[in-house]
Design a protein around this ligand. Sequence first.
Ligand SMILES: O=C(CO)[C@H](O)[C@H](O)COP(=O)(O)O
Length: 230
Amino acid sequence: MKTTGGTDDQKRRAGERAAELVTDGTTVGLGTGSTAAFAVRAIARAVDDGLDVRGVPTSFATRELAREEGVPLVALDEVETLDLAIDGADQVDDDLNAIKGGGAAHTREKVVDAAADRFVVVADPSKTATTLDRAVAVEVLPDARTTVAARLRELGGDPTLRRAERKDGPVVTDNGNLVFDCEFGPIDDPATLSSDLSAIPGCVEHGLFVGMVDEVYVGTDDGVEVRTRG
Ligand SMILES: O=C(CO)[C@H](O)[C@H](O)COP(=O)(O)O
């Protein structure tokens, strides 16, 4: 489920500006998606120039990209905290709450992004909104998909099992689980919805990132707009 309407130039500006935050000795979370990929490539160029960093990938796809580009990696289970995480988003509201999971990587993304001292989202203008209203990705244990779907409907959601492209059947996450895309309409109270989703047995993780983002770098046609929480 890709939801982006931004241009590659906008994404590149955001990703490259965020990569400038990486300094010598930084342990950096490497996000997933086309915008975060620009940051990963920029970090790789800095590594080529002698920068000493350790990247923590948030997905199989990002691990592959970082390896190809030459970013030194450390596994998620080897770090307690990170200095910085740079990640994309599907939507960000005025309070810097975000919806993630368009690449079905939101579970590891949330672990990495939450463990970082500073979490920067890289985005293009199509991702910004006053109120979150995109479908929320919900990763579920396969055997819990029926009960979780029922609980999501009780919360007012309309869940659809995410289907794979170029494979018959559902998307299977890097963790071996399934994903619902759940429409809630405009989300007026993201914090309450986040807590309600987290409380569903069998919900491994959902894509609402509430109160986690420190800054959003929005790449535009002629620069980067920096939004800061508070
Ligand atoms: O949350 C994500 C993956 O799970 C991505 O960061 C999000 O989907 C944005 O991707 P893109 O930059 O390609 O639009």
